[in-house]
Write a protein that binds this ligand. Structure first.
Ligand SMILES: Cc1cc2nc3c(=O)[nH]c(=O)nc-3n(C[C@H](O)[C@H](O)[C@H](O)COP(=O)(O)OP(=O)(O)OC[C@H]3O[C@@H](n4cnc5c(N)ncnc54)[C@H](O)[C@@H]3O)c2cc1C
Length: 373
């Protein structure tokens, strides 16, 4: 059996696989999706995420990534446009994750698609992985990169969140497409929840929403009713979606996003079980830095494995790198949910333009921790 097994071929799993295979390690990666698939994500790539992706050799522009230079904050009838402190990019996860998986295969990783890891056990420190279909693998090192999906035997003890996320794509009218060029829009609702809208490759607009579970229940639990409700609250969103056609028949959704979670290592943790990406840390989505954290964790895990360091040391390092950033993200998210602040957000950004670069810098992977810049 290969010594290194990676469960999950999202950003974190593929990036770690590439780094380890290029360093000469034999790596097997298990990805449960048999074919390219959409993922729930706002698909905004921060400058840090771009640096880490450049290290994998991906040419993001050639994949169709488009620059995002400005953010438009919208709240009711009020809106403000601010220049981002860096140039972001938009790229669908379907394209990005597929390119990374292909790069992993090219680097020599044994990529097995359409298979899922069902159970992990680490009795006495020896790892045993049960696959669907009944096969059992015994890797020396397991990189757990299954995103927000829990695997039996290795479930995180994350506090369940209260927000539910949706993502879908729309074909918008030409005027709406023109208005969104190079912009990401954050449409803020009272209560602090929000919708993000931006163009991605293929002429589609990504609409990503985060709403309280209780609100979804109040409108009957169905996405069309939720979207209709949000449009009734936001004339701006209603205007953007007027005459639009849905590109996905069913939106992607995720319940109880565990924002604020950072894996806390335990001395009893098996030395060969490394948690990457969302299995290790989850920053509020408004920061647009979740992918950077996933890629950072991949680089840190590969670094630790190559140096022969045990998993608890890696988890300690990752915690030191990102815990403060994630905590600040939570503070900002909670502040923005306060009615007084929430009501005046666009005006506040207009009056005090320094707020945006400050919030951005507070919620980035800190420069001192970054492995690539
Ligand atoms: C609503 C929302 C909006 C977001 N917007 C942004 C944004 O705009 N910018 C940003 O930077 N971040 C954003 N994020 C965060 C970002 O999407 C995640 O942090 C990132 O996807 C984490 O990468 P990952 O590799 O850990 O997990 P994932 O990308 O989820 O990959 C996990 C992989 O594991 C596979 N898998 C799962 N279970 C198994 C199994 N049992 N066996 C084998 N394979 C398995 C899955 O199929 C998947 O391919 C957002 C998150 C949410 C919830």
């Amino acid at each position: 059996m290969n010594q290194i097994l990676i469960a999950g071929g999202g950003l974190a799993g593929s990036a770690a696989a590439i780094a380890l295979a290029r360093a000469g390690r034999k790596v097997t990666l298990i990805e449960r999706e048999a074919a390219p698939a959409h993922k729930i994500c706002g698909e905004f790539l921060s400058i840090e995420a771009q640096s880490y992706l450049a290290e994998t050799g991906l040419d993001l522009a050639a994949l169709g990534a488009a620059p995002i230079t400005h953010v438009r904050f919208v709240r009711g009838g009020s809106s403000t446009v601010a220049k981002l402190p860096f140039q972001g990019l938009s790229l669908t996860r379907k394209t990005l994750d597929e390119a990374l998986l292909n790069a992993a295969a090219q680097a020599g990783v044994d990529v097995r698609r359409g298979h899922a890891v069902r159970h992990i056990s680490a009795a006495g420190g020896a790892l045993s992985v049960a696959m669907d279909g009944g096969a059992r693998l015994s890797p020396q090192i397991l990189l757990l990169a299954s995103g927000k999906h829990e695997i039996r035997g290795a479930a995180r003890l994350a506090r369940p969140g209260t927000l539910v996320g949706f993502k879908t794509y729309f074909n918008l009218r030409p005027e709406a497409i023109a208005a969104l060029a190079s912009h990401v829009e954050l449409i803020i609702f009272s209560g602090g929840f929000y919708a993000g809208l931006q163009m991605v490759e293929g002429g589609l607009a990504n609409l990503c929403l985060l709403v309280p579970t209780a609100l979804l229940a109040r409108v009957g639990g169905k996405f069309p009713a939720l979207l209709a409700h949000l449009q009734s609250l936001s004339p701006h969103l209603a205007g953007r979606l007027a005459g639009a056609t849905d590109h996905l028949s069913v939106p992607l959704s995720i319940a109880r996003v565990p924002y604020g979670f950072v894996y806390r290592p335990d001395a009893q943790d098996p030395p060969g079980l490394f948690r990457l990406g969302d299995q290790a840390a989850v920053i509020p989505s408004f920061s647009g830095d979740g992918m950077a954290i996933a890629l950072h964790s991949a680089a840190r895990a590969a670094e630790a494995v190559l140096a022969g360091r045990p998993a608890p040391a890696y988890h300690q390092q990752l915690r030191a790198d990102v815990a403060a950033q994630i905590k600040r993200g939570m503070v900002i998210q909670n502040l923005c949910a306060r009615p007084l602040i929430n009501a005046v957000l666009p005006g506040l950004v207009r009056l005090v333009p320094a707020i945006l670069p400050l919030a951005a810098s507070l919620t980035r992977v800190p420069a001192a921790a970054r492995l690539y810049t």
